[in-house]
Ligand binder design. Sequence first.
Ligand code: 26V
Length: 820
Amino acid sequence: VWKDAMRDVDTEVTSITKSFVNHVQTSLARQPYNLDNLGAYQAAALSVRDNLLVNWNETALQYTRKAPKRAYYLSLEFLMGRTLDNALLNLGLKDQYSEGVKKLGFSVEDILDQERDAALGNGGLGRLAACYLDSSASQELPVWGYGLRYKYGIFQQLISPAGDQLEAPDPWLDNQNPWELPRLDVSYEIRFYGQAERLGDGTPRATWSGGQEVLAVAYDVMIPGCYTKTTNNLRLWESKPKRGFDLNSFNAGNYEGAVEASNSAAAITSVLYPNDHTTFGKELRLKQQYFWTAASLADILRRFKNIGKPITEFPDYVAIQLNDTHPTLAIPELMRILIDEEDQPWSTAWQIVTNTFFYTNHTVLPEALEKWPVPLMEHLLPRHMQIIYDINLLFLQSVEKKFPGDRDRLGRMSLIEEGFPKQVRMAYLACIGSRKVNGVAELHSDLVKTTILKDFVEFEGISKFGNVTNGITPRRWLDQCNPELSSLISSTLKVDKAVWLKDLTRLEALLPFTEDEAFRKEWAAIKQRNKERLAHHVQTTLGFTINTNAMFDVQIKRLHEYKRQTLNILGVIHRYLTLKNMSAAEKKKVNPRVVFFAGKAAPAYYIAKLTIRLIVNVARIINEDPDTKDLLQLYFLPDYSVSLAEVLIPASDISQHISTAGTEASGTSNMKCSLTRMLVDGANIEIAEEVGESNVFFFGHLTPAVEDLRYQHTYHPTPIEEKCPALANVLNQVSAGLFGDAHVYEPLLNTIRQGDHYLLSDDFDSYIAALAMVDEAYLDQTEWVKKSIRTTAKMGKFSSDRAINEYAESYWNIEAQKIA
Ligand code: 26V
């Protein structure tokens, strides 16, 4: 156990205040007596950073000395959120710092609130990467992250007076970032465009020259483990021009031309693309992907070479995890290095590559599968395109050998999709270039094997394809965001949180306490205080007064048609219309409900943005309606972020995960909400397997039915009026202008009236029935609290520690390293 009984807390507090004041005076060059909260945050952060740096250096040193096999997590997104609170908790210094800053006249909550989120991600995929870094360090595993240091993270979401989403930039680095260390000495030259010429000397070698050269500079972010010295690294690359600007153009008086090249270099890491689930084929995005994979590989290779082993042993020292297909160019890039620079034969190079990489798929939605136009690839990365053609040729020859004469199969499996233009299928390249491939939940991994990669399973054998069900870190999503629940758990189990936070299955010991009335009372009281904390937050930020005696119902995730926020809002309207028709006596039996939505829509996603507008305008009407406002409130909370999630999730009574069956690969907010509450879920069967079906409210059609239903929609359409009168009525009320904007919502409503790809009309009735069951269940508060406790108790499986250990053991083959 981390906590040292001999630790002298008083001395610790004194040394904290000393280091704080020292940073105020020397690092910030300010006077302690007129310091504001922002200054106090910066001083506290720098002081905590000093602690982290000691551990971080020690960890790096030991990895270098012992040279164990290491894993690298390549992700274009890391949705880290805030760092200070997490670092304090992981170091076990939260109480001491709270005490220390209090002595200096500050409150730790106010200080923590000054920090801006590091929001270098879109949604689930980016947050998963952040949870995995936390777990890797906490499990003492030698894992580093590699990503991009975007100048602007995910856009800030504003809501216009009409209810539309507006996007503003997120200049998160403006206040300086105490958590990163610029490594100006670690940089690599990255080439784009130019010419590739095969040597034609009987080897597969080629030269690549000319074009544009850009510098990749490293910024390091410390990743502290929980109650351990292990402090890993997240290395983020920034792009810079190789030379300040072009002196020839400058001297010739062409000033614009002179700075143009420098601007184009800096543009590469200027902004995170705010899309997920839709490809768009933009050259700058491809540049980001290559810039990042090439810099990361160069760095990994340099580190490997320091060990002094032959290059053929590379996979014994290095495992590289590809987070979705975004880093797939690492495969041809490593081939290029091995062949053109290391002079390896093709088959040796391919052997090394296919023993190094691992690929995780995060979606089966066709519009999210990356494909890059061949002409663009040939232009930007001519040598890589040659290599991809060569990989494809050899690959298709081996397919032909196994399935002679099966031309359809060759066409289906080719890395190059025919068409105008031809396109490179990145998921196929990632699959054949990797040692193993996995999906992110049992159901999803089965779908990967039976749909998008079916031919590859037949060709390569099933053992290459696996599953690692996603997880979330209990440090942030329980201890940090719900501290009262965390201490109740520790005191009830009589187990230090240092133990159960790192072995979440220990929560099962809570099960007997479902029968303990005092415990249940305390459990419910904590929920109530969390609701009040959220209500206070909404009151101070948005000015709304929320009824905290209501059930809090949340749907918090990116806006997407497949996630069916539309089903939820139409359900809210249905509830509103039902309430309007009730007698006073009937209304007395209704339990009040507050529905919260939060989430961003991709800026060009018209239908998703229209859904936001509908939610906002429905909220305006129903929150003002004296007939219903005590029983139903609705809020769209703008600018959803990791730190907003930390307030919302602990306050929720029920969370909605209602995507069309088979479309949500895994979901992770379901796990976060389940740590404290239950869910209505269209897809996630594993949670129900753990917590028991009686603690989950299922509804709607299951995955196998989806294809048939879509077929019916296309070839035997039934009018909505006939199929689902309740839904038809809701749609007609919206069309008629009950919430204003009579014609504005037609394109959204028509997605349901025509085609209904996400099956709202098939699932609406059973959805409403499930919500009624939730209402019914909530009336029995004793049983409800028991369900809540049981759900939390059975969440052990969904700790990201379990997930990361599976990757370490069954994929990367790496071992924990004790940092002395
Ligand atoms: C895809 C694309 C496609 C090209 C345009 C840019 C872009 C950016 C991100 C993505 C990733 C989409 C996949 C994704 O985010 N999947 C989510 O991954 C979560 C973690 O595994 C999982 O819980 C969610 O169910 C899944 O939707």
